[in-house]
Design a protein around this ligand. Structure first.
Ligand SMILES: Nc1ncnc2c1ncn2[C@@H]1O[C@H](COP(=O)(O)OP(=O)(O)OP(=O)(O)O)[C@@H](O)[C@H]1O
Ligand SMILES: [Mg+2]
Length: 627
């Protein structure tokens, strides 16, 4: 299902991905409105992940906030009772109920805090999964061009690494703020009864702490943005050093130590940056703590002065000093939570602005359904340039493929053959010129719908480390359970023999990445990829070097099969093998992105141009005797 244009419950942002460049939210500042919007969006995400756990979290946090003022009140009551009991000589039993209540309040508070601590572990897991799914859905729906932009991957990488816990953190911070605020307000109420100046002092002492915490959060976010490209490179190098597909070459060429050193160097740079960040945060925190301690110290002196000038009783003095001392850690928690909320919200902003960006390829609002057939696919004066490239990969290309025809494209490496195949699948849109499907411009077609009408095998086809059935079934996921159709596609691609011989037949896992996987040869993988294309019942078939890894006999067999199989399709064949190209109804020759020759094999040989030259070069290398 396409995710284009969906905000997934996030705060509204409407930008296309190519306008979000660089893919960074560098200024690291959030206004109050944006912050509120992000808090709402995080709450929605977390709520969607688990309403029960969200309620649990909010409830337990608020309860643990209430526990502290209750504990202090109980302690004050207990103290009062002890003083009264000792003054009136009425005995210990008068003080006991108050002490018992204070102890019960303390224990209950601890139990609530412990429950909150453990229950909190669940929500980030659930919300993290929901965020990861959102990211994957976006990545799979966005234009291919976006995935070729390094900034996109930096952003995705950051979003993926942080998505797992930041939205849940925002909610936990919100709850933490509520809970600490409840405690602080409760305790402040006790102080207010003693003297209003104490509360004013307390609020002042929070300012430096909040400033340090917010500035620290911003600095951390900027650091995270700076380190992402390096982290990605480090991850890539780590992959090269540890993955199966690079293992052969890395060993054969002995480049492991070189790659390792490169990785270490990057890590060293990152650590230097992190050390600097930590120094800055620590400096700010120490300064803020000193400033706040000075104000609070003044508060304690003021309480003592109130007592010794006979303005408040001993019990009031002890309770006020106690409340102040208990408040300090709570205030610290409160200011930390405010700073963390800001920091977490910056990462959530990152996540949402990533999820909210729109594809460049927009499907028109009123769209007709794609025709299920194809009479003629026409390419007219097509020019295309890859993003950030000066030289066009295709220049003024015009060609046609009609139903029942096999059209071949030949040309040297880098001529633009694969690029043309990708444009026909609307993986990119042309810079100028048009591609029309029975007269309908591809730009007016929904890309997903268009692609259901095309069976394509790419030059760099995928090898899925999944079952053989899935490897073929991905050609038409709707029919993935149709075992007999899958076997028939494998048969046509010459893959049935070796797949059926696997221990679990088509259910056997291919590749060696996971347990009980079976590795295939490259040619066998190519046949599986061919079977995938054959499995899709589509009027347009595009094959980019479909037989590059096949042996001569298999290639011959395959083309014999294909002639029968595709007699009622339009086939575009890209190949360097002239033996397979020569049977095409029409051949286009691409050079530096432009079509320089077109015709049948015989016509092109007769015209003695590039095709004839390439053909005779290949043919002669088969015929010539080595000296
Ligand atoms: N994703 C991309 N981004 C930027 N440039 C690209 C991209 N893919 C290909 N190119 C460039 O476009 C040109 C055409 O590439 P293309 O892959 O279409 O060649 P080709 O004819 O298929 O070559 P080959 O025979 O090697 O498969 C090349 O110069 C290549 O460097
Ligand atoms: Mg190619």
């Amino acid at each position: 299902m396409s995710q284009r244009g969906k905000h997934e419950g996030g705060p509204p942002i409407d930008r296309r991905w190519e306008e979000v460049n660089p893919w960074e939210h560098e200024d690291a500042r959030l206004g109050p409105r944006r912050l509120l919007a992000l808090m709402r969006a995080s709450l929605r995400l977390v709520w969607r992940a688990s309403p029960a756990e969200t309620i649990n979290l909010l409830m337990l946090q608020t309860l643990s906030g209430l526990a502290l003022p209750i504990q202090v009140l109980a302690a004050k009551w207990a103290l009062d009772s002890i003083f009264d009991a000792s003054r009136s000589d009425s005995g210990m039993q008068d003080a006991l109920p108050a002490i018992a209540v204070a102890l019960v309040a303390m224990t209950a508070g601890q139990i609530v805090a412990a429950t909150a601590r453990y229950r909190q572990l669940l929500l980030p897991e659930l919300a993290g999964q929901a965020a990861q799914e959102m990211l994957a859905a976006k990545a799979v729906a966005i234009d291919l061009e976006a995935l070729e932009t390094p900034g996109f991957h930096d952003r995705l990488n950051r979003a993926q690494n942080e998505a797992s816990f930041r939205p849940a953190n925002v909610v936990a911070d919100m709850a933490g703020i509520v809970s600490s605020a409840v405690a602080v307000v409760g305790l402040a109420g006790l102080l207010l009864a003693v003297h209003p100046l104490l509360v004013a002092g307390l609020l002042t002492s929070m300012l430096p702490l909040s400033w340090a915490s917010m500035a620290g959060g911003r600095a951390y976010y900027r650091y995270a943005v700076r380190r992402t490209p390096k982290r990605r490179l480090m991850g890539y190098l780590q992959g090269l050093l540890t993955r199966l597909d690079s293992a052969k070459e890395i060993r054969a060429f002995g480049c492991g130590p070189y790659l390792l050193e490169h990785r270490q160097q990057l890590f060293g740079e990152e650590m230097a940056d992190l050390r600097q960040l930590i120094r800055g945060r620590l400096r700010r925190d120490v300064l803020a703590t000193l400033a706040s301690a000075a104000v609070n110290g003044g508060g304690v002196v003021f309480i003592l002065w109130l007592h010794f000038s006979q303005r408040i009783s001993l019990a009031e003095t002890v309770a006020a000093v106690g409340a102040l001392l208990l408040m300090l850690p709570r205030m610290n928690v409160l200011t930390q939570a405010i700073g963390q909320l800001h920091e977490n919200a910056l990462f959530v902003e990152d996540l949402w602005s990533f999820v909210a960006v729109q594809s460049k390829q927009r499907t028109p609002a009123s769209r007709e359904a794609m025709p299920a057939t194809l009479t003629a696919l026409r390419v007219d004066d097509l020019t295309f340039r890859y993003r950030d490239c000066d030289v066009p990969a295709l220049r003024g290309v015009s060609m046609e493929i009609r139903l029942g025809e096999t059209v071949a494209i030949v040309g040297e490496n880098g001529a633009g053959k694969t690029t043309l195949a990708k444009l026909l699948c609307r993986l990119y849109d042309p810079e100028s010129g048009t591609i029309t499907w029975d007269g309908r411009d591809l730009r007016t077609c929904d890309p997903d719908e268009l692609r259901t009408q095309i069976a394509v095998i790419f030059q760099d086809f995928m090898r899925y480390d999944l079952s053989a059935r899935e490897n073929i079934g991905f050609g038409d996921v709707g029919a993935i359970d149709d075992s007999s159709a899958i076997a028939a596609a494998a048969q046509r691609a010459g893959a049935a023999g070796f797949l059926a011989a696997l221990p679990d037949g088509y259910e056997s896992r291919l590749g060696r990445r996971f347990l009980n996987g079976h590795e295939l040869s490259i040619g066998q993988w190519q046949r599986v990829a061919l079977a995938r294309a054959f499995f899709r019942d589509a009027p347009l078939v595009i094959m980019d070097e479909p037989t590059a890894s096949l042996d001569a006999r298999s290639e011959h067999e395959l083309f014999k099969t294909m002639r029968g199989l595709f007699h009622d399709r339009a086939v575009l064949l890209i190949s360097h093998r002239f033996s397979s190209v020569r049977m095409a109804d029409r051949i286009y020759v691409l050079r530096d992105g432009a079509i320089v020759e077109a015709g049948t094999h015989d016509e092109l040989i007769a015209s003695d141009g590039l095709y004839a030259e390439l053909f005779s070069l290949q043919a002669s290398s088969y015929m010539e005797r080595p000296d």
